[in-house]
Design a binder for this molecule. Structure first.
Ligand SMILES: NC(=O)c1ccc[n+]([C@@H]2O[C@H](COP(=O)([O-])OP(=O)(O)OC[C@H]3O[C@@H](n4cnc5c(N)ncnc54)[C@H](OP(=O)(O)O)[C@@H]3O)[C@@H](O)[C@H]2O)c1
Length: 289
C-alpha cells in the first residue's frame, strides 16, 4: 500500500494526480488524458487536483473539472475513495501579445458563482476540498475568503484550502474559516524553496501542505542545475530523479503532499513510486543543503 496521509478528515494518498497539464495549452489528446488519470487511479492514487481555470484560453468547454468528472465516471474503481480538490479565483485569457495568462478574480459575487459552477462541472452536490486559488489584489483577501466561507455554509464545498498564500493571508483565512480550513497549496520544489516558512507554519498548525509544481513545473522540469544532487541520489538508487525529488518533499513532514503533473501514464506511474521510496538521513542531509 502506497503512502497515505490525512488532510483534515480525509485519509488519502500523499501523492495525488496534478490534472492541470491535461487540459491547459499543450494538453494531450482527450483519450490520452483519460488514460493518464485512469492509470493513476488504477495504481492507487486517491487524490486529483484540478481547478475551475484549468482550460486553454478560448477553450472553456474542455475544463479540468469536466475531464476529472468524465475520468471518474468512466473508471471501474471505488469513486468514493477519491478526494477531488478544485480551486476558484483565477480565469484564463490572452494578453495583448496573444500569450495565455491567468487573470485573478476574487470578487465575492464571482467566487460564489465559480464555486457553484465547479460543483456542477465535477458533477457533485458538494466539493470535497475547495481552494481559494490566488489572492486578487483588487479585493481584500478577507472578502474573498468570506465568500469561500459562504460556499461552505451553503454546502457547495465541505472543506476549504488556500493556495499561493503568505503566512499573513493564511492567518486571515484561518480566522474566517476556522477548522474547516484544512490545506495550504503553495509552490515548493528544489527550485522554489522560498515557501518554507508556510510549510513549517502548516506543520505547527496541523494543516496539510500540498506542493504544487513539485518537479519545478512542466515547462522547465528537466535541466535545472538545482536538481543535480537529486540526480546523484537517483543514480545511486537506480530510480528517476523525479522520484527522489518527490520523496524528499514528502520527507519534510507528515503533513506533506505532492501533486505531480503529467501528460501521459508513464510519468505519473513513475512519480507515484516515490511513495515507497524512503530516503536515508544522509541522503536527506545532502538534498536539504
Ligand atoms: N495552486 C496553483 O497555483 C498551481 C499552479 C501550478 C500547478 N498547480 C498544480 O500542480 C500540479 C503539477 O504542476 P506542473 O504540472 O506544473 O509541474 P510538475 O509536477 O512540477 O512537473 C510536471 C512535469 O514533470 C514531468 N514528470 C512528472 N513525473 C515525471 C517522471 N516521473 N519522470 C519524468 N518526467 C516526469 C511531466 O512530464 P510529461 O509531460 O512527459 O508527463 C511534466 O512535464 C498541476 O497539475 C496542478 O494541479 C497548482
Amino acid at each position: 500500500m502506497t503512502l497515505q496521509r490525512n488532510i483534515g478528515p480525509f485519509t488519502t494518498t500523499a501523492i495525488g494526480i496534478g490534472e492541470m497539464g491535461l487540459t491547459i495549452e499543450g494538453y494531450p489528446s482527450h483519450e490520452q488524458a483519460l488514460e493518464t488519470i485512469h492509470a493513476g487511479l488504477d495504481a492507487g492514487a486517491r487524490m486529483i487536483d484540478t481547478a475551475w481555470a484549468y482550460y486553454a484560453p478560448g477553450e472553456e468547454e474542455q475544463t479540468g473539472e469536466k475531464l476529472t468528472r468524465e475520468a471518474l465516471d468512466s473508471w471501474n474503481g471505488p469513486r468514493d475513495e477519491v478526494l477531488v480538490a478544485t480551486k476558484i479565483g483565477l480565469r484564463r485569457d490572452f494578453d495583448e501579445n496573444g500569450k495565455p495568462i491567468w487573470p485573478r478574480d476574487g470578487k465575492p459575487e464571482h467566487l460564489l458563482e465559480y464555486g457553484k459552477q465547479s460543483a456542477m462541472a465535477l458533477g457533485v452536490d458538494t466539493i470535497d476540498l475547495l481552494y481559494m486559488h490566488r489572492h486578487d489584489p483588487e479585493v481584500p483577501y478577507s472578502e474573498s475568503i468570506e465568500a469561500v466561507r459562504q460556499l461552505l455554509d451553503e454546502g457547495v464545498a465541505r472543506y476549504a484550502g488556500v493556495s499561493n498564500v503568505t503566512i499573513e493571508q493564511l492567518d486571515i483565512a484561518r480566522g474566517i474559516l476556522g477548522d474547516r480550513l484544512i490545506a495550504v497549496q503553495n509552490q515548493y520544489s528544489p527550485v522554489h524553496r522560498e515557501t518554507r516558512d508556510t510549510l513549517d507554519y502548516c506543520a505547527k498548525l496541523g494543516l496539510a501542505f500540498v506542493c504544487w509544481s513539485p518537479l519545478g513545473g512542466f515547462r522547465h522540469p528537466y535541466d535545472e542545475h538545482l536538481f543535480d544532487p537529486f540526480r546523484e541520489v537517483a543514480a545511486a538508487r537506480g530510480v528517476s530523479y523525479q522520484q527522489v525529488t518527490l520523496a524528499w518533499e514528502l520527507a519534510q513532514g507528515d503533513h506533506m503532499f505532492v501533486i505531480p503533473g503529467c501528460h501521459r501514464p508513464a510519468t505519473f506511474l513513475d512519480s507515484f513510486k516515490a511513495g515507497d521510496l524512503v530516503l536515508t538521513d544522509e541522503e536527506l542531509a545532502k538534498l536539504n543543503a
